[in-house]
Design a protein around this ligand. Structure first.
Ligand SMILES: [Zn+2]
Ligand SMILES: [Zn+2]
Ligand SMILES: [Zn+2]
Length: 369
């Protein structure tokens, strides 16, 4: 179902016409018997508006089969939205544009810049996508991909939190396209969702950049997690704490803090203060916890029965085991959890390649600071 066709020999892009213009053209085609020639297969077509409101060209019934007929209304709708966003960004744009060894769903161009947008509605293997990206590159076209079902090989960098995330590759800008039940399209990036058209406009304005590091300069939000840990000496089970840290990069990306942080944070002054406050609450006072104090010259948590100090690695080993179980089984094992804000003394940089998209006026992670 093409968005572009020839009406009486004149190339028409459905996405470029307003509703009124489209209706007027449809009436003219009927009244004057103009021919509509589809570019996909050369068959005769007609003007149509589908149930989602997308205006497009369609094959006349009985026309020989054409691969474009199998296109879903969602794919068509997404292309239409991309074309309109490109044109709103002062780019020329059209659909189903063939080139040297490629055919772009949407091609946008301005001056010497050419950008191909591909909407991948059904599954596509990563190597197939890479192959097509190479074709674009060889022809000097930048390719940008929207996948409804991203290739599993690109799924989720485990250091990134907050919803599904894709590994970012500079050579392959590929983003997760989401269609809502009422057929609105959005793009998921760094835990946020953007309307497809807003995303395309940001991209064309150069507001989405590849950065190899996530930079956090403000606060690191953390959660104190409480759980049971048996005493290695007497076996008594009491409650200990560990700190789950989350860095919020300045662009909004959430990443796990470097693991070297975990031990240091066990006895951070902010954590200790928050813990003391928690222990006088109704919930906190009910927990059997050892004292947080100096033992053998170092701050430690300890067994409330025999006062043996827990080594940080003992605390964290139990914590990581529980974390794995909790991921499979919700929060069943945590006996308590509460947030704590940890001001950052220095900017923290975590090596997480990502497409950086700060809010307006915000800084990019890769900007020299
Ligand atoms: Zn066709
Ligand atoms: Zn003990
Ligand atoms: Zn960033």
């Amino acid at each position: 179902m093409p968005l572009r066709s020839f009406v009486d020999g004149v190339e028409i892009l459905a996405s470029a016409l307003s509703e009124t213009e489209w209706e007027a053209l449809r009436e003219r085609v009927a009244a004057e018997g103009l021919t509509v020639t589809l570019p996909c297969c050369g068959a005769e077509g007609f003007l149509r508006r589908n149930h989602l409101g997308t205006q497009h060209f369609a094959h006349k019934p009985g026309a020989s089969s054409c691969e474009m007929e199998g296109e879903t209304v969602q794919h068509l709708g997404a292309k239409d939205e991309i074309v309109r966003a490109c044109r709103a960004s002062a780019y020329a744009a059209s659909t189903e544009i063939p080139g040297e060894g490629w055919r772009a769903d949407v091609l946008a161009w301005r001056g010497k810049t050419r950008i191909a947008f591909e909407v991948q509605w059904s599954f596509l293997r990563l190597d197939e996508c890479e192959f097509r990206q190479t074709r674009y590159a060889q022809d000097g076209v930048r390719g940008c991909w929207f996948f409804r079902k991203p290739p599993p090989a690109l799924l989720r960098d485990t250091r990134v939190r907050g919803g599904p995330a894709l590994k970012a590759r500079q050579d392959l800008p590929l983003f997760h396209l989401i269609a809502s039940a009422d057929n609105h399209f959005s793009v998921e990036l760094n835990g946020q969702q953007y309307a497809l058209s807003a995303f395309v406009r940001r991209l064309l304005a150069g507001n989405i950049r590849y950065c190899t590091e996530a930079t956090a300069t403000e606060t690191q939000s953390a959660e104190v997690m409480l759980y049971e840990c048996p005493c290695p000496r007497c076996g008594y089970r009491s409650v200990v704490h560990a700190v789950d840290t989350l860095l919020r990069a300045d662009c909004g990306l959430h990443v796990s803090a470097p693991t070297s942080n975990a031990e240091a944070l066990l006895y951070d002054a902010h954590v200790a203060a928050a813990l003391a406050n928690y222990r006088v609450t109704l919930e906190g006072s009910a927990l059997r916890m050892g004292e947080l104090k100096l033992r053998d010259g170092a701050m430690s948590q300890g067994c409330p029965r025999c006062d043996r100090a827990y080594a940080p690695r003992e605390i964290l080993a139990e914590y990581h085991a529980l974390l794995r179980r909790a991921r499979e089984d919700d929060d069943a094992q945590w006996l308590g959890r509460f947030p704590v804000a940890l001001p950052l003394r220095d900017a923290l940089r975590v090596p997480v390649p990502h497409w950086c998209c700060p809010a307006e006026g915000g800084a990019y992670c890769c900007e020299g600071r």
